[in-house]
Design a protein around this ligand. Structure first.
Ligand SMILES: Nc1ncnc2c1ncn2[C@@H]1O[C@H](COP(=O)(O)OP(=O)(O)OP(=O)(O)O)[C@@H](O)[C@H]1O
Length: 119
């Protein structure tokens, strides 16, 4: 299989556009970006360990990725129907639930990372 560099580069461009437009248009994503900047600032301030940075990076990347997927699901459903449909509600609420589960876990794990520095 031959690697098509141009095509690969173009795909990165589309992915980057996707991230940019979700940050621009989705309020929830803006909250996640703000929270990530706050956490990174706190990490630098408290000089956390490399292992702690690894945990925070996984949490931040996971949160952003889930929000991107949630937005993709929401947009796809809106494209399929603008009418009220119980399945549309189930799908959107399940996707939002996935984001919530990870957000709660992130707050707990992030709290455990910073606990010893703050108290
Ligand atoms: N086509 C639809 N049919 C049935 N329920 C829907 C439909 N679209 C949205 N809903 C439900 O209405 C509520 C609000 O949905 P909405 O699409 O406004 O999402 P949201 O969570 O406010 O996200 P955002 O504001 O980021 O778009 C959710 O419970 C969702 O499941």
């Amino acid at each position: 299989m031959k690697l098509d560099g141009k095509r690969l580069w173009r795909s990165f461009g589309y992915a980057w556009q996707g991230i940019q437009q979700v940050i621009k248009t989705e309020q929830n994503m803006q909250v996640h970006v703000f929270a990530a900047l706050l956490v990174i600032g706190a990490g630098l301030y408290f000089r956390i360990t490399v292992f702690e940075w690894m945990i925070l990076i996984v949490l931040i990347a996971g949160m952003w990725s889930l929000e991107l997927i949630n937005t993709a699901i929401e947009k796809t459903i809106d494209l399929v129907t603008e009418e009220y449909h119980p399945l549309a509600k189930k799908a959107k609420d399940a996707a939002a639930g996935a984001v919530l589960v990870y957000a709660i876990a992130s707050v707990i794990v992030g709290g455990l990372v910073f606990f010893k520095y703050i108290f």
